[in-house]
Design a protein around this ligand. Structure first.
Ligand code: NAP
Length: 195
């Protein structure tokens, strides 16, 4: 199958691209700075990719940007920017993919689990739980057998290692299996998969 992976240069996106390729799928790797340019905050960039890359059957989004804005800090503008970078950006991605995907095609989004003790976790919850609720409800509205799911990773081992934590987390290759499941499982929709 032909699959557009947005955020393909990231820790999770690279592992997802490798896993999908290993399953025999054709991956189109995209990000803001890659050869195939998609910015989830600018849905016109996704429209442009669909116009130039015919035959995309599934879209996977492992992109996310913005910081965890604390409830009692930052600015309202930072809050909105953060929502655009992950929550709204992925909502836009689904909305703009719908007219282009074939019957039975799918979109897989990324939410996540943030430790409650981490400052900014309320912002993270708003984004992640909001996305998961959106996915559950949006699945019922989609036409033509289109599917939408989310994957909710906890800490990824490689990310923790980059932060100086040598233990813990889930390897990106293991997280990637949930994305493969979301893409390949006919009839799976409205679900949040937890690696
Ligand atoms: N890593 C973890 O431990 C972990 C845990 C839970 C949840 N998550 C979630 O998983 C997602 C991916 O995490 P990651 O650690 O793999 O991130 P990452 O390593 O920082 O990679 C992010 C990827 O997304 C792309 N990107 C960022 N903003 C984008 C935008 N507006 N439009 C299109 N592409 C964009 C980046 O490339 P460009 O900069 O070139 O665009 C890059 O390819 C995020 O939503 C994150 O919140 C991660």
């Amino acid at each position: 199958m032909k699959i557009l992976v947005v955020g393909a240069t990231g820790t999770i996106g690279a592992a997802v691209s490798d896993a999908l390729t290993a399953r025999g799928h054709t991956v189109l790797p995209a990000s803001r700075s890659g050869a195939i340019k998609v910015d989830v905050e600018r849905p016109d960039t996704l429209d442009a990719v669909f116009a130039t890359e015919p035959g995309v059957e599934h879209v996977v989004c492992c992109a996310g940007s913005g910081s965890l804005v604390p409830v009692d800090g930052g600015t309202d503008e930072e809050f909105v920017e953060g929502l655009r970078g992950k929550l709204l950006g992925q909502v836009f991605l689904l909305r703009h993919a719908i007219p282009h995907l074939p019957d039975g095609g799918s979109v897989t989004l990324t939410s996540g689990r943030i430790p409650e003790t981490l400052r900014g976790s309320a912002f993270g919850s708003l984004t992640n739980v909001g996305l998961e609720a959106f996915v559950a409800a949006a699945a019922r509205e989609l036409p033509r057998g289109l599917r939408v799911n989310a994957v909710s990773p906890g800490w990824v081992s490689e990310t923790l290692a980059a932060l100086g934590e040598s233990d813990g987390g889930t390897p990106a290759a293991v997280v990637a299996r949930s994305y493969v499941e979301a893409v390949e499982t006919t009839g799976l929709t409205g679900r949040t998969l937890t690696p």
